[in-house]
Design a protein around this ligand. Structure first.
Ligand SMILES: [Zn+2]
Ligand SMILES: [Zn+2]
Ligand SMILES: [Zn+2]
Length: 158
């Protein structure tokens, strides 16, 4: 992506300075466009340029193919480790190369006890960006595709 773009490709107006969203992503709006928090809509020119942080090379190797891993942050602020040999073919809408992805657990231990079993709760951010409080004993049995441990969950508002 051309990060030095300063004029709007839609209407030719200047772009505003870079803004940072609450989820930590950076974007630039057209000076003819305004985000209205009341209607949750963009008024005027709707052009938005998302600024992608370049993936960070990690000092770790892909367990599948041995290439370097890179750290990437999604639009929702979730972090994942990806294989640098993997890519995305926009034309065929298919993943190319190595498909190794490791979602980083964004779990945070809370100083709160589970109301069901008394173990500690953890705060987790799911892929949609929502926050959820879960019991720390909760797990997922990949083989049998069933939840294990305590099933207490509480979705955070906001
Ligand atoms: Zn514009
Ligand atoms: Zn790989
Ligand atoms: Zn529990």
């Amino acid at each position: 992506m051309d990060q030095s773009l300063t004029t709007c490709p839609k209407c030719g107006s200047e772009l505003k300075p870079i803004e940072t969203t609450p989820s930590g992503k950076k974007l630039q709006r057209c000076s003819q466009g305004n985000w209205n928090p009341d209607t949750r809509q963009t008024e005027g020119c709707t052009f938005v340029k998302w600024i992608n942080d370049p993936p960070k090379e990690l000092d770790e190797k892909c367990p599948k193919c041995g290439a370097n891993l890179v750290l990437q942050t999604t639009r929702f602020g979730k972090k994942m480790k990806k294989c640098s040999a993997g890519g995305w073919d926009k034309a065929t809408r298919q993943a190319t190369g190595c498909d190794y992805v490791d979602w980083m657990d964004s779990k945070q231990m809370l100083d709160e006890d589970c109301p069901e079993c008394g173990e500690k709760l953890v705060l987790q951010t799911v892929s949609s960006g929502k926050k959820i409080k879960k019991c720390s004993t909760a797990g997922w049995d990949k083989e049998n595709k069933v939840a294990t441990g305590c099933t207490y969950t509480q979705w955070m508002k906001g």
